[in-house]
Design a protein around this ligand. Structure first.
Ligand SMILES: [Zn+2]
Length: 84
């Protein structure tokens, strides 16, 4: 197969292990690139209220304040006396 591709002149630098890579026919303009990228954006984080301590937290996460998840204590809160 490799021999055939060399013979018919289709052997290019984009060849990777047994096949030709698809190569774009034309370059995209700056305008087209910028129009596509104008839709790239981050969504705002969706905070919910912890049912236990009523502080804002991310959904489906253990509460960083009280360590509860679905009213079950998963991570016991650290005692502040140990730090000093
Ligand atoms: Zn909480």
């Amino acid at each position: 197969m490799l021999k055939q591709m060399v013979l018919c002149g289709k052997y290019v630098s984009g060849l990777i292990k047994g096949g030709l890579m698809p190569v774009p026919k034309r370059r995209h303009s700056h305008s087209r690139k910028n129009k596509r990228r104008s839709q790239f954006k981050l969504n705002p984080l969706n905070y919910i209220e912890c049912p236990k301590c009523h502080t804002p937290k991310l959904p489906h996460r253990v509460c960083p304040n009280c360590g509860n998840y679905k009213d079950v204590l998963v991570v016991p809160p650290k005692e502040e006396k140990e730090k000093t």
